[in-house]
Design a protein around this ligand. Structure first.
Ligand SMILES: [Fe+2]
Length: 577
């Protein structure tokens, strides 16, 4: 690899981060939250960029270009006045109580975000960000500014492996737009249509999340989960469905973004919270698949590469997957703005001829490699935990799980994106409600209605899921229904409606995690495990072994496997539980 060129992508907004792209695809990527330990970190990602520069130096890669996404007026303003972004972060995460001017500031923010980028905002963006890059040790490298939705779509398309497809982005708002449709054909990525920021599914759901007293841009998945507990309201009686009108790949909203908040409030007044969540979820379930179905019809392309914050809604993704006109669906695993760093670099890689063909993303384990020496030092700092070298960590993990232990599992490079996929996971058997409740209330401290997810092998997916159709889903981006006769086997990992969000690994996967699933299949008949992210409530996924040990110490979980080392609490009184 030495002497090869690489592109450095970065994103300095919500869930900031950086990524390194070579002619083989994304070679390394990380988000700032994992390094600062502040969830969904905002602002210039100094630590992430430095981490990428270190990897480039170690691998002998020469950074030929940098790429950043988005240059609308609101984003450009926060680049010059970072305190604006920082203040909103504190409010959004409910760290500070709203002040007298909060409502006015919020309205101004929404109004500003509808304004697009201009030549002068792009110029100002380039000027300030070149300075920031210089501060972290990178100078003399050109910086490209890539459109917000172009970045989302490029990430999905260039990691899909499709020869031709449509690329779709749907999100809150970026560069004044809430979505876009692109055509990938003949090695060219061509814009087909865009959605004005004046009508946005993402902002609609953001408002709903906020009105349910949850954190917008973070808790939208909880709204989706809460919706499962509502008595269904027939679509004809759903007052929210008429908020939007879809025709072709275009979207009209009955209300402005600001007015919509007030109108939603009026509807919430009439319904209990879970029913309000249901009404809102139905809006996405009805309109988004219709719009993507229209896009397939318009373009004649039946494969769909999809990204943007709305693509995190796995129940909607399930409906898109099941559209008869859609033959294949790929959702970029880091679908939200946290994936824009990779997206911006991939967009430039495609434009500059780095790639002639998209490559299927093989893994989300893309963080810089943990140094063995660092791991040793971190482990040595906790002499109160006993540590044993394991000759067969997979068998040891399997044994512990069969004893109904919850285990912390730390293996290889950390995942890029919101999901734990067997690198930084908390594992348990999937068949127990007790374990689920214990995990929810004592360890993760999550709301009771938020389900856990399973990891499973493809052959088990065929057996257990009634709508498994062979479409790859190794990044946990899609929902499925569990066959009624197997719901007992998976009772710790299904929703109240019998659906689940599994990670489905191909049978020929060779990672230790896949081996663990195979071992479990030998022992239990099912290659399935409950898999939840290795973090405590409100914290980002653990990044280093030191983070993992700190988290381990704060709980009463007794066992952690770090590569081939079993870390065990000598006394289970350690931690607060
Ligand atoms: Fe976005």
């Amino acid at each position: 690899m030495a002497g090869d060129k690489a592109l450095l992508g970065f994103w300095d907004g919500h869930d900031a981060g950086a990524a390194l792209v070579t002619s083989d695809g994304i070679c390394c990527a990380i988000n700032e939250e994992r390094l600062t330990r502040r969830k969904l970190e905002v602002g210039f990602p100094s630590l992430s960029v430095k981490a990428m520069l270190k990897v480039a130096a170690e691998e002998g890669l020469q950074i030929s270009e940098c790429a950043v996404s988005t240059s609308d007026i609101a984003k450009t303003l926060t680049r010059y006045i970072p305190s604006l972004g920082a203040e909103y972060y504190q409010l959004r995460r409910r760290k500070v109580y709203p002040g007298a001017l909060t409502s006015l500031k919020k309205r101004t923010k929404y109004w500003l975000t509808e304004l697009p980028g201009y030549h002068w905002t792009e110029m100002l963006t380039r000027r300030i960000l070149l300075q920031r890059l210089e501060c972290v040790g990178l100078s003399g490298v050109p910086l490209s500014v890539v459109g917000h939705h172009h970045s989302h779509v490029a990430a999905a398309v260039m990691c899909s492996g499709y020869e031709r497809c449509i690329g779709v982005s749907l999100d809150g708002i970026g560069d004044g737009l809430s979505g876009s449709l692109w055509l990938w054909q003949g090695g060219k990525l061509t814009p087909v249509a865009e959605l004005s920021g004046k009508a946005s599914f993402g902002l609609f759901f953001e408002h709903v999340t906020n009105l349910l007293n949850m954190r917008e841009l973070e808790d939208e998945g909880k709204v989706m989960a809460l919706a499962d507990f509502a008595y269904p309201v027939p679509d004809k009686d759903n007052p929210l469905l008429s908020f939007f009108e879809v025709s072709g790949f275009s979207l009209r909203s009955r209300y402005s973004t600001l007015r919509m908040y007030d109108e939603l409030k009026k509807v919430l007044w009439k319904f209990p919270a879970e029913q309000f969540a249901y009404l809102a979820q139905r809006v996405l379930e009805v309109h988004v698949p219709a719009m993507i179905g229209n896009a397939v019809e318009m373009t004649g392309q039946t494969s769909v590469a999809y990204a943007g914050g709305v693509a995190a809604n796995i129940k909607v993704n399930r409906l898109i997957r099941r559209l008869p006109e859609v033959k294949d669906l790929f959702v970029f695993p880091h679908m939200g703005d946290g994936g824009l760093a990779a997206g911006a670099a991939l967009a430039r890689a495609q434009e500059t001829g780095f790639f002639t063909h998209p490559r299927r993303l093989q893994t989300a384990a893309l963080a810089p490699v943990d140094k063995h020496e660092d791991q040793k030092v971190a482990l040595a700092a906790w002499p109160e935990f006993s540590q044993h070298q394991l000759s067969d960590p997979v068998s040891s993990a399997c044994e512990l799980l069969l004893r109904r232990e919850v285990i912390f599992w730390f293996e290889g490079r950390m995942e890029y994106g919101p999901r734990a996929l067997g690198q930084r996971s908390i594992l348990a058997l999937p068949d127990s409600l007790d374990i689920k409740n214990e995990l929810n209330l004592r360890l993760k401290r999550r709301v009771w209605y938020q389900p856990f997810c399973p990891s499973m092998l493809e052959a088990d997916a065929e057996k257990l899921l009634e709508d498994y159709d062979g479409m790859v889903n190794e990044f946990m981006t899609n929902g499925y229904m569990v066959r009624p006769e197997f719901r007992g086997v998976l009772q710790g990992v299904i929703n109240v409606d019998g659906s689940c969000r599994p990670q489905i690994l191909p049978e020929d996967s060779v990672s230790p995690y896949a081996e663990l699933l195979k071992k479990l299949r030998q022992e239990t008949g099912y290659g399935v495990v409950l898999n939840t992210s290795f973090n405590l409530h409100g914290e980002p996924l653990v990044c280093s072994v030191a983070d993992a040990l700190r988290t381990f110490a704060e709980t009463d979980v007794r066992f952690m496997i770090v590569s081939n080392i079993l870390v065990e609490k000598k006394s289970c009184e350690v931690g607060q539980g």
